[in-house]
Design a protein around this ligand. Structure first.
Ligand code: A3P
Length: 258
């Protein structure tokens, strides 16, 4: 592989730097750390890799030992200044009608969501984007547009995952440059099947006190087309009418049944 020429030092706000660490500076400055994020800060060569490996083992050594044996340290503990948008991004989209239904039930069972009210009024709020995280239409379209110019963005569909989980895992792997063994792929495919995730306490949100699984499961139905059990014909027609307007001028297509 041909390597680019060595970088030149330049003055960056009074500090000698090379471009690869400063290109992403705006994003670095705007990073919103999560409360459980750990930032490792060092001057170069102080033992960054050593302490990174210790922390990774402390957090993930028991739960996922294969992580240490298969993923290089700089990917397990990434450099904030090198995390530029050209790094892989995985986006998952789901058709609007099933998303609205799933979101409604999520609101019923999760005290950290605003009260969803009746289905009919929740649906109007969803259409208007008056739900947490705003407009579904803007979200899926915004990322779809981004995908047209960012080759490192993998846009996935829930409906495709339901149709053929193994195929979608394969596509994800080829995007990420991963090549799990056939056994490993099968192990993962089995572990992420609906019934297994529903009974797995580490994935079914039964450990989260704000969620009342007696009201509705978090891993609830996991299907394409559950909207038909909720939308009246009139609601569906009104939704479709509005959808056409909001989703015109985009090549993004969803399946509401498979
Ligand atoms: P439903 O409420 O329609 O069942 P998120 O994780 O983004 O909050 O999405 C939750 C939705 O994904 C829920 O949809 C949940 O059941 C579904 N889901 C989660 N794991 C799934 C799986 N392994 N197979 C199918 N659907 C799954």
């Amino acid at each position: 592989m041909e390597l680019p020429p060595r970088p030149k030092l330049f003055d960056f706000h009074g500090v000698s730097m090379t471009k690869c660490f400063t290109d992403n500076w705006d994003n670095v400055q705007n990073v919103k750390a999560r409360p459980d994020d750990i930032l490792i800060a060092t001057y170069p060569k102080a033992g960054t890799t050593w302490v990174s490996q210790i922390l990774d083992l402390l957090y993930f050594g028991q739960t996922s030992p294969e992580r240490q044996s298969s993923i290089p340290i700089h990917m397990r503990v990434p450099f904030l200044d090198l995390c530029r948008p050209s790094q892989p991004t995985v986006y998952v989209a789901r058709n609007a009608k099933d998303t609205a239904v799933s979101y409604f039930h999520f609101g019923r069972m999760n005290m950290f969501q605003p009260e969803p009210g009746e289905w009919s009024s929740f649906l109007q709020h969803f259409i208007q984007g008056e739900v947490v995280f705003g407009s579904w239409y803007d979200h899926v379209r915004g990322w779809w547009e981004k995908k047209q110019t960012h080759s490192k963005l993998h846009y996935m569909f829930y409906e495709d995952l339901i149709e053929d989980t193994g195929r979608e895992i394969d596509r994800l792997c080829s995007f990420l440059g991963l090549s799990p063994s056939a056994e490993e792929r099968e192990r993962i495919r089995g572990a992420v099947q609906f019934d297994n995730m529903k009974k797995n306490k580490m994935t079914n949100y039964s450990t989260v006190p704000s969620m009342d699984l007696k009201v509705s499961s978090f891993i609830r139905k996991g299907m394409v087309g559950d909207w038909k059990n909720h939308f009246t014909v009139a609601q569906s027609e009104q939704f479709d009418e509005d959808y056409k307007k909001k989703m015109k001028n985009t090549t993004l297509q969803f399946r509401t049944e498979i």
